[in-house]
Structures are given as structure tokens and as C-alpha cells.
Design a protein around this ligand. Structure first.
Ligand code: EPZ
Length: 419
């Protein structure tokens, strides 16, 4: 089983262009199904989750080709509507194909996306919203069989009780196939939703309001393929910045809008880092151990992103003073804590709360990635730790980070992949 071997204590210096956003490109790839013909996506990251999504598109009958960070999707040969269980299990966020297939073909079949390392991942909000738009959905032994009802899909107002990112995206895609106007009240406001809106507008959808709690989509219009550039991955950017914060040094990340990371940047500044920003770049300087900050409570955007919780925790665990974390989004997003403890971290858990007491310097150890961001957190901890750390179960990390080891080496880290 391959692993990263990291010799800690080397400051990071340099500049890095951030790859395209995983959580933006996945719904945009599904949205390509809405427009018959060939769409071209630039800044498409080379991640295992993206490869799995391209495999799904191919299995549905589409052509999907990659050339560098440009992916071309031709949906004119789309002739299937079922997403195989194997691929659903590989990537639960494939539930996003429900809305796209329903809008394009009026039918969709996929297996129930199970839970994951972060806990149970219900899709009740997705299903109730699609039913409101006129979908008949049968849940039969783990399979979801959906089709538009006899009267067809119809736009309407949908209120979300939780600003679910995935449910908001699924409704936006399904609404493109619903004649009339669909308004999502209580929508998620993440930047990735705004990026999806940008792609939908490019293929001819009349959609507005993304980035606010109310999004309107006029469905049933003829759509055409488009060429589009995916936004930068703000969580990958946060990861490299937390790496520099933990190891000290000066790192600039580009291809990212600073305002999409404001909550994380404010925590890093409070912890003692110096932050300078430009329209599409963020530079961080860290000269010594991070110190404690006010409680970090994860929340829907623009609050502190749950995806950055583990990586900031890892940086603070090797600093000074105590910081309280409260994970409000997922039931089980502290699986990285046991692994950080193996590196000497002092973290007390109580339900959704985690009290992190900085130990000034972590030490190297053999640790296991438990999930995508938990795995990245272990790499961040290792960069600032005394001695050598080996991080295994790299499959989790490959889901969301393109060439993490190579990029860190470019910044001066001593990291290599062992077979
Ligand atoms: C997206 O997941 C992201 N994934 C996650 O990133 C991210 O952590 C999450 O949004 C929150 O920002 C992708 O975009 C592919 P939610 P999603 O629906 O859409 C509950 C990463 O690390 N809920 O906003 O699945 C749910 O249980 C990944 O890149 C329901 O109860 O998240 C959770 O507690 C991890 N019923 C909360 O809402 C539903 O029908 C937020 O989930 C749907 C969600």
C-alpha cells in the first residue's frame, strides 16, 4: 500500500497555481447532460472523483475526453439513464445525476448513495424537492427509479429546510427541465453554486440568484453546449496555506478569489499569519508557531467551511494555546483526531466539540488517512512535525487533491510517495 513519507520541519516558500474545484466541476459535469452536443471544460482537475464522473458519463453513452486540464464532453449519444451501483458507491455525490437525467430524459435510475466516512449522508431533501417538481420516485431495495409524472415536470417554489449544497444543485439541474419558473428558497450560497450558475447561463439557462438564499431558474428552454472555465478549488488553496502556516514560510496561491475563503483567512490571521491578497491570489507568511484563536464553528457559506476544519485543526495542533472547534455540518467529521493524537496532538472530543491544545511541535508517526480532508490534515501536520511521518490510504487524498506531493515539493517540503 503506497504512502507519503514526509520529513517535517522544512519551511515552505514559493507560488502555486491552484487546480480547478472538485466541488464545482462535479455538478458542472452532470450539467453537461442538459445540453445535447459537445461542451468543453477548462481547469478541470485530474482527480479520482472526476475520473469516476467521466466514467459515469461514458456509461450513459456520452463521449468524454481529457487533454491536460481540458475535458470535452459530447452528450449527443446519451442513450442510458441508469448510474451503476459500483460507481454510485465509489462516489456518493453522483446523486447529482438524478436532476440532470430527469431534466434531459425525464427518467433516471441510480442506487441509493450510501453514507461515507463523514457519517450518514441522507438525500431526503433531494428526493422531496424532485417530487415537488413532478418526479415520481420509487425507492426499491436500495435503488431509486425516477421518472416525470404523467403531467410532466413543472417549475414551482421549493423551500429547503437545510441549505444543502447537493440538494440545491440537484434542484437547479432538474429545474432546467421544468417548464415555468422554479424558485429555491433557503438555497446553499457556496461559491461552487455560483460557478454552476455560470455554466448553466453559458448553455442558455435563465438562472439567477446563486450566491444568495434565493435562486430562480426558468426551465424548459432549448439549451446548447458551451465552453467554460471551472473556478479554483478554495479548499485545496486553504490546504496549502495551512501547510505554510504549520511549517512556517511564505506561500502564494493563485487562481483563487480570496473572498471565497474569507472565514479561513481570518482564522489564519488571528493565529499569527500575515495575509496579503490580490484579485485572484492569496499570499501567507508565517514566522513561528500558531497561537490559539476564537472558537471555530463550521457553518454553511459564508461561515467557516466544514471542509477546512480538519486542515486548520492540524495546523493549530502543533501551535500554542487552546482552540475550540465545533463541527455543525456532519455527524462524524473528527476521524482524523485519533491519527493526529498518534503524532502527539492534544485534542479532547465531546460530541460536536473538539478542544485542541497546541503542543508547540508534533512528532512524526505512521498514520492513516480516514477521509479526504482528514488525510490532507495529516499531511499538513507532518509538514510542521519533528521527524518523519508516513501517511497511508492515499486513495482518500487522491479524490480531491491533484499532485499534492509534487506541489508541496515545489514549495520546499521533503515529501515523497513510497510504493
Ligand atoms: C457538499 O456535500 C460537498 N461535496 C462536501 O464536500 C461539503 O462538505 C458539503 O457540501 C458541505 O459544504 C460536494 O460538493 C461534492 P450538504 P453535500 O448536502 O452536498 C444534510 C469534500 O470534502 N443533508 O450541504 O453532500 C447532510 O447530512 C466534501 O469535498 C440532509 O440532511 O453536503 C449534512 O449534515 C465532503 N438531507 C448537511 O445537510 C439531504 O437531503 C449539509 O450537507 C442533504 C443533506
Amino acid at each position: 500500500m503506497s504512502c507519503y513519507e514526509i520529513k517535517g520541519g522544512r519551511p515552505l516558500f514559493g507560488a502555486l497555481a491552484i487546480h480547478g474545484a472538485k466541488n464545482s466541476v462535479l455538478p458542472i459535469l452532470a450539467a453537461c447532460l442538459l445540453a445535447p452536443g459537445q461542451s468543453v471544460l477548462h481547469n478541470c482537475p485530474d482527480l479520482s472523483d472526476v475520473s469516476a464522473t467521466l466514467d459515469i458519463l461514458r456509461l450513459l453513452g456520452c463521449q468524454a475526453e481529457r487533454e491536460g486540464d481540458t475535458v470535452t464532453i459530447d452528450t449527443s449519444t446519451l442513450d442510458r439513464w441508469n448510474v451503476p451501483e459500483r460507481l454510485m458507491r465509489e462516489m456518493r455525490s453522483s446523486v447529482i445525476f438524478l436532476g440532470a437525467l430527469l431534466a434531459r430524459l425525464g427518467t433516471a435510475e441510480l442506487s441509493y448513495p450510501g453514507g461515507c466516512e463523514l457519517g450518514s449522508r441522507p438525500i431526503d431533501l433531494h428526493l422531496s424537492a424532485l417530487r415537488s417538481l413532478g418526479a415520481e420516485i420509487l425507492e426499491d431495495q436500495g435503488a431509486l427509479c425516477c421518472r416525470s409524472c404523467r403531467q410532466g415536470l413543472r417549475g414551482r417554489e421549493i423551500c429547503l429546510s437545510i441549505p444543502s449544497v447537493g440538494a440545491t444543485e440537484n434542484i437547479m439541474l432538474a429545474a432546467c427541465g421544468c417548464p415555468g419558473v422554479t424558485t429555491i428558497v433557503g438555497a446553499a450560497q457556496e461559491p461552487e453554486i455560483l460557478d454552476l450558475q455560470g455554466f448553466l447561463q453559458a448553455i442558455g439557462v435563465r438562472v439567477s440568484g446563486a450566491g444568495t438564499a434565493s435562486i430562480s431558474i426558468e426551465g424548459g428552454l432549448p439549451l446548447h453546449p458551451a465552453e467554460y472555465r471551472v473556478m479554483g478549488d478554495r479548499i485545496a488553496a486553504a490546504t496549502y496555506l495551512c501547510g505554510a502556516a504549520a511549517a512556517t514560510g511564505e506561500v502564494e496561491v493563485s487562481g483563487i478569489a480570496p473572498d471565497t475563503l474569507a472565514a479561513v483567512l481570518s482564522c489564519l490571521e488571528e493565529a499569527g499569519c500575515e495575509i496579503h491578497t490580490g484579485p485572484d491570489r492569496i499570499a501567507l507568511t508565517s514566522g513561528g508557531p500558531l497561537h490559539s484563536i476564537r472558537p471555530v464553528r463550521t457553518a454553511p457559506y459564508p461561515g467557516f467551511p466544514t471542509d477546512a476544519q480538519a486542515i486548520l485543526m492540524a495546523a493549530l495542533a502543533g501551535g500554542e494555546g487552546s482552540t475550540l472547534f465545533v463541527e455543525n455540518i456532519f455527524d462524524s467529521r473528527y476521524r482524523h483526531v485519533d491519527e493526529l493524537r498518534r503524532m502527539g496532538a492534544d485534542i479532547q472530543l465531546a460530541g460536536r466539540a473538539a478542544m485542541v491544545s497546541g503542543v508547540r511541535r508534533l512528532h512524526g508517526a505512521a498514520v492513516r488517512s480516514t477521509d479526504l480532508r482528514g488525510g490532507a490534515a495529516l499531511v499538513i501536520a507532518a509538514l510542521g512535525a519533528e521527524g518523519t511521518t508516513r501517511v497511508s490510504e492515499l486513495r482518500h487524498i487522491r479524490r480531491g487533491y491533484q499532485a499534492l506531493d509534487k506541489n508541496l515539493r515545489l514549495l520546499g517540503a521533503e515529501i515523497r510517495e513510497l510504493p
